[in-house]
Design a protein around this ligand. Sequence first.
Ligand code: NAD
Length: 418
Amino acid sequence: MHELDTPTFRLAVAQFDQAAEAMGLDDNLRERLKLPQRSLVVSVPVRMDDGQVEVFTGYRVQHDSSRGPSKGGIRYHPNVNLGEVAALAMWMTWKCALADLPYGGAKGGVAVDPKALSRAELQRMTRRYAAELFPLLGPEKDVPAPDVGTDARVMAWIMDTYSQQVGYAVPGVVTGKPLSIGGSLGREEATGRGVVSVTLEALRHLKLDIRNTTVAIQGFGNVGSHTARIMHECGARVVAVSDVRGGLYKSTGLDIPELLSRTKMKGQPLQETKLGDRISNEELLQLDCTVLVPAALSEQITQHNAGKLRCRILAEGANGPTTLEADRIVEDKGIFIIPDILANSGGVIVSYFEWVQDAQRFFWNAADIQNRLCDLMTSAFHRTLEFSVAKRTSMRMAALMSGIDKVAQAHLHRGLYP
Ligand code: NAD
């Protein structure tokens, strides 16, 4: 399918092929799992504030549902396309299986710059997109969550649009919602908290002391900012952070609470806070630091800059931040990689907790959520590490092979319909 043939989809398939080859995966299953189970492309006409109608393109891809409903975020970004969404959906399948969640993978998105829309336009676009997706969605079918460019507010509009169609409140149709309509404590910070959980395990494994740990983080949105805050609270020195416009650097450690207060509460642009020296995103990736966390978009670490990385641990907060060519270079440099499907699985893990709480109409406290998240992340980290040592393979291949194997088992046990 030529619409899928984009760099991100090629990366996801190349990773899958490598893992499938190494594990001797059945050829029929290989053909099936290389492609999505179901893809929907929709036109989303929206009346803009000036009275004109603009038509956006939206997508939802379900990669696999053999182990349960499909699960995955919704992205609003100008570069969203079918191939990228399909790649992200495939990674969600392996991620859910690796974390032992009873889900398959999905992803959705609209090709739009959400910052260019007013609040009312964003709401109308979200509601129309959700209405177009209606036949695919449902707590037992497919459950969206926030991703780049979307948040709890967008999830609330999707939940409301779905609920209006069926005639009663259905909190379990999305996760990452506000608490008032069935959201979970700890969901917003979950991906960042998960990145920190596995990074702490990696530091222990490498016998590195958190007090001597320096951290550089690319991306200061949901994942990057919570990772920065929690790493700082754990005693690490966060020396650099960045957003799309560039970054800030301070060798003695940035004042993260002050930075968060200026950027989140007061809306000051990151680089204008003057809390550190300005650096570019490219310079940030090449900083001498203990932990580098790409937490922005995919394909940031490429064959052109991989050789210049100077971190000890690469904790992939973003999905697909490292290209296949770069992966080999980073491995050869002896950098310890915590692959994306492991490192950023905290988000979908707490989404799962939210979905369970919605189904039970019974809500847990913050400590319950943090402890359960930490348990699941830590055990997934150690299972992956043991697999990688036992099979003499990289952490990325170990994580992919573990996830793919669980999905393959589900397909083989269920058999081929009809
Ligand atoms: P977000 O929209 O909240 O933040 C994205 C950040 O990246 C922003 O600070 C933005 O300025 C920055 N950015 C965008 N383009 C950039 C560029 N070219 N260079 C440098 N910085 C850039 O998004 P998010 O939810 O934090 O997601 C970030 C990554 O984490 C994505 O790859 C996403 O798929 C992944 N992820 C998110 C979650 C979640 O729960 N939100 C879960 C798992 C994985």
